[in-house]
Structure formats: C-alpha cells, structure tokens
Design a protein around this ligand. Structure first.
Ligand code: GLN
Length: 188
C-alpha cells in the first residue's frame, strides 16, 4: 500500500517514519504528479497558511482537492486538520474545505503552552497526545463522528474517508492512530 505525506512544510519526516514502521510505502508529496497511485494521504502539522501558499504555487492545492472529492482517504493532524476544515472561525480563508467541521486555529495557546496528555479514543483505548498550538473543533456536521474529546471539545473526528486530529500522534512512539488511518485506507 502506498501512502503519501504532504511534504511542502511541517513535520513530514515523523509521519513518514510512523508509516514506514507500519510497513507501508510512504512517499513525500510535493507536486500534483506525486498523487498518482496513492491509497491515502497524511497532511502533517506545521503552519497551515504557509502550506497552503506553497500548495497553491505548485498546483497541488487544486489537484489534491479534486482527489479528496473523489474519495482519497486523508488524515490531517493539527495544521492538517485546519487544511481539511470547511470553516475556520478565526481566520478569513478556507483551504481544502472538504470536511464538515468548524475549527479555531491556535486554540490551545502559544508554542510555550504546548502539552502532552492521554486521550481515550473510541475503539482504540488510551493514547498519548501532544498538543502544539492546536486547533479545537467548535462544530461538527451531521456526517462527522467524534472519536475523542479533550476538555469537552472534539479533538479527533472522522467523516467517511477523512480523519482529523488536533494533536500529533506522529510525535509519540504509539502508532495506533496511524494504524487506524491505514484501516480506513484499506476500507476495512
Ligand atoms: N497553528 C498552526 C496553524 O494554524 C498549527 C500548529 C501545528 O500544526 N502544530 O497552522
């Protein structure tokens, strides 16, 4: 199975490593041609505005949006969740805008306010979760399933083949969240 990691900016290497540890072919995605043959794509943490600017410049933004609309599974972490959201409550732009959630950017505060906690994920048990200037979800559409909450707010959500997390599973040794995404890619 071939899974891409959006590689224009952000914590790309950590996601590639997590996927490789699970035995899949993980490839960096920088330009539209890199989308060919993918069975899923990870959108990493980083800076959503910078990622979007770079994706627009190469034509990757439009090409990826078209693939997502055709059903390509995607997993967005942190900035990646912001890229997927249809609504951003405190920012004038929308990016890929394919997932029916409203998010607030930088809702957990500044870099120095970063923290690690444990979250109970629906069906997966407890996992370690690192939050860094994380988005929080303010609204989920009727087709969106909430898989985890923190402080009574959704922090991991799924809408069919789209999965998004406010936190960074790629920064811990625990690969269960990536494994869960791979099960979505395999349509299990
Ligand atoms: N604050 C970043 C953004 O808005 C996301 C932070 C992160 O990915 N760690 O894009």
């Amino acid at each position: 199975m071939k899974i891409g990691v959006l590689a224009v900016q952000g914590d790309v290497r950590e996601h590639l490593n997590a996927l490789e540890r699970l035995g899949v072919a993980a490839v960096p995605v920088l330009k539209p041609g890199d989308l060919a043959g993918l069975e899923g794509i990870v959108l990493p943490g980083g800076e959503s505005t910078a990622m979007w600017r770079l994706m627009r410049a190469s034509g990757l933004a439009e090409a990826l949006k078209a693939e997502l609309k055709k059903g390509l599974p995607a997993f967005g972490t942190c900035a990646g969740m912001i890229l997927l959201a249809k609504e951003i409550t405190n920012w004038p732009e929308r990016f890929l805008a394919v997932m029916d959630i409203a998010v607030e950017r930088n809702a957990t505060g500044r870099q120095v306010d970063s923290f690690e906690t444990r979250l109970s994920l629906n069906g997966l048990g407890e996992v370690p979760a690192v939050f860094i200037r994380a988005p929080l979800v303010h609204r989920v559409g009727p087709e969106v399933e909430v898989l985890a909450t923190w402080d009574e707010r959704p922090v991991m959500v799924r809408q069919g083949p789209l999965l998004a997390a406010s936190f960074h599973p790629e920064l811990t040794e625990d690969t269960r969240v990536h494994e869960f995404f791979l099960s979505i890619c395999r349509k299990e």
